[in-house]
Design a protein. Structure first.
Length: 159
């Protein structure tokens, strides 16, 4: 995996030869040099480490949309189930779920929740990730978008 950060609103992630545009809500603080803020990823020693602004980070949330050929879904279901199970067993994984849109079977969604960016980074190095990428290489996606967020759990409106 190669991660390149650009001083724009997105970063490019190369996974198994497939370019993924990552748009992220993570930005650096403005520096004393007057340079503009740029997207970046921060690793946290713990899920509840306080940030500079006093906010507590509870989790890293990843939302991925993969456009596949719907005819390939049956061929990749077993690999998806294995990836889901192995990922959920990883240290730091709070949730890892695949789903198919009801109104568009070409859209596969992956929702992930991780305790820390370090746990997510370790996930990208896991053997089951390599196996899943190999499987997807046999059935190349038509497109893919991945969004990474630091999230703080909040009380729902009206409560």
């Amino acid at each position: 995996m190669l991660l390149r950060l650009y001083p724009a609103e997105s970063a490019k992630l190369l996974v198994a030869g497939f370019n993924v545009i990552i748009k992220t809500a993570l930005t650096t603080a403005a520096s004393d040099t007057g340079l503009p803020t740029v997207p970046r990823f921060r690793c946290h020693a713990g899920a509840k480490k306080p940030l500079e602004n006093g906010r507590k980070i509870i989790m890293v949330v990843v939302n991925v949309t993969v456009e596949i050929d719907p005819q390939h879904l049956d061929a990749i279901k077993e690999g998806i189930a294995a990836m889901e199970s192995a990922s959920r067993a990883e240290v730091g994984c709070l949730d890892y779920t695949f789903s198919v849109e009801l109104n568009d079977s070409s859209k596969l969604r992956i929702t992930e929740k991780w305790e820390t960016m370090g746990a997510l980074t370790a996930h990208f190095q896991a053997p089951h990730m390599a196996a899943f990428q190999a499987l997807m290489g046999s059935y190349p996606p038509k497109g893919m978008q991945a969004f990474f967020y630091e999230a703080e759990e909040v009380t729902p409106p009206g409560r």
